[in-house]
Design a protein around this ligand. Structure first.
Ligand SMILES: Cc1cc2nc3c(=O)[nH]c(=O)nc-3n(C[C@H](O)[C@H](O)[C@H](O)COP(=O)(O)OP(=O)(O)OC[C@H]3O[C@@H](n4cnc5c(N)ncnc54)[C@H](O)[C@@H]3O)c2cc1C
Length: 438
């Protein structure tokens, strides 16, 4: 006989989205269990935060811990042409409050995720590591919990009014139910590694994210971290990166370095200290965000090309929104799919707005610089969307983009199953403003 335990909510995955959701529920007195397959610290990609991660981090009480940490402070982003010519850095404090939104961090995920996990435990959440969820428990179509395989390899059941899928890009619910929908135009490949001793810029530029272009093909990220470490990766179409039959990540990476003179010169003084990682086909959305008793958050709900580093912002935001929505649903005694309609519309709108900018970025006919030279008053909205303030009305901005490119149509995915309201009215006007502008 398998043993059975009961909680208000069970969260699968202790990444940023799962922990955020669990903390919000625990703050409201709910009994939450988080199940994590790995034992932390564990490696993870996704190391650069953007300014509008701040409101969620503040709500979760993580800002004092981040301020006391060794993580590199990030004040700006810059873009570099293949020739090596760098743009003027964009400093967030030129638009946002210096004491909150305008400074963010470059993190090492093994350390950052462990910090968030400990913080989650401090809120009274029970977190079990080395505990893999192997099955959803169902009564008819309703999800009523999960089956877990613990560290001793013994399986047991956990029942809860709501099960939260925060399994990251593995997207357990979307994969098992065949809800995973790719985005063919954003079907890129990323190859990355880490350097020590590579060149860092001076002063407040030392923690800047650099996006360095490869002629017409793709881009490098260059993310300075603490301990003299730099995360560096290249993203482009798979066909281009593997041309002439090259498949080995190390060979792919080193072949691209000379394609950008800034990257070449910055890496010249450094030593590659770690293995080479490769991932492919990563942009997707789940057809549904909820069924009765089940809610999807973070990357398990949808993942967008990382060019604008939006992943952690969306993960934390979805975790916080989901925590509030679940608390309300539990209070109403109704965790059916429709309870998560408002949650889905906020996440859908935010991802769609960011996705339009990602499409524009990859169109060689589009220059963000030209757009803002032609329409100086759109510099502000463009900056807001890129900084992660994604639930706003950007119709004028997108109208201006459509003179240079065809922006993608809205994806009809990511709403609750059974919801009659899929693709309802935009939500931006109904949302409180989270931005503190300086
Ligand atoms: C190449 C690349 C570059 C990126 N760069 C950035 C960046 O610069 N900035 C940024 O903000 N984002 C970036 N991202 C995105 C970022 O990594 C994610 O958006 C973020 O980690 C999502 O958090 P999450 O909590 O949803 O999922 P995750 O952080 O992936 O956490 C999911 C957790 O679930 C656990 N899990 C999975 N299956 C099970 C199971 N069956 N049972 C129990 N546990 C399970 C996993 O072990 C994991 O710990 C990048 C992504 C890629 C691919």
């Amino acid at each position: 006989m398998k043993s059975v335990e009961t909680f208000d909510a069970v969260v699968i995955g202790a990444g940023p989205s799962g922990c955020a959701c669990a903390i919000i529920l625990a703050q409201q007195g709910r009994r939450v269990l988080v199940l994590e397959r790995e034992t932390f610290p564990r490696y993870h990609i996704g190391e650069s935060l953007i300014p509008f991660t701040y409101p969620a981090l503040e709500r979760l009480g993580l800002i004092p811990k981040l301020r006391a940490s060794s993580f590199t402070k990030k004040y700006s982003v810059q873009f570099v042409a293949p020739s090596g010519r760098a743009s003027q850095p964009f400093y967030f404090f030129n638009r946002y409050d210096r004491d909150s939104i305008a400074q963010t961090w470059q993190v090492l995920r093994s350390e950052f995720d462990s910090m968030v996990l400990e913080h989650t435990r401090e809120h009274g959440v029970e977190v079990r590591e080395a505990s893999e969820v192997v099955e959803f428990l169902k009564e008819g179509d309703r999800v009523v919990g999960v089956t877990v395989r613990g560290p001793d390899d013994i399986a047991y059941d956990v029942r809860a009014a709501i099960t939260v899928d925060a399994t990251g890009r593995e997207a357990m619910a979307a994969t098992r139910h065949a809800w995973r929908r790719g985005d063919p135009k954003l079907n890129k490949v990323a190859v990355w590694t880490y350097y020590e001793g590579a060149l860092r810029d001076e002063g407040i530029d030392a923690g800047a994210t650099t996006v360095a272009f490869i002629p017409g093909k793709g881009w490098f990220w260059y993310i300075p971290q603490h301990n003299n470490r730099v995360s560096v990766g290249v993203v482009a179409d798979g066909k281009y990166l593997s041309r002439d039959g090259v498949k080995d990540p190390k060979t792919i990476f080193h072949r691209e370095i000379p394609q950008n003179k800034w990257i070449e010169s910055h890496l010249a003084s450094g030593t590659c200290t770690e293995e080479y990682w490769l991932t492919a086909e990563y942009t997707f959305r789940s057809e549904y965000c909820a069924t009765d008793g089940l809610l999807l958050i973070g990357d398990a709900y949808g993942f967008l090309d990382p060019v604008f580093s939006s992943g952690l912002m969306l993960a934390f935001k979805s975790g916080v929104l989901a925590g509030d929505a679940i608390h309300q649903a539990l209070s109403a005694g109704d965790c059916s799919a429709d309870q998560f309609d408002a949650y889905s519309r906020v996440m859908h709108e935010g991802m769609e707005n960011m996705r339009k900018l990602v499409y524009a970025f990859y169109d060689p006919n589009v220059s963000f610089r030209t757009l803002t030279d032609d329409h100086p008053h759109l510099q502000g909205p463009l900056t807001d969307c890129l900084s992660g303030d994604v639930n706003r009305d950007f119709s004028e901005l997108f109208e201006a983009f459509s003179k240079y490119t065809t922006l993608p149509g809205v994806l009809p995915y990511g709403f609750p199953k059974n919801s009659a309201q899929a693709l309802g009215n935009p939500v931006s006007s109904a949302l409180p403003s989270v931005a503190a502008r300086g």
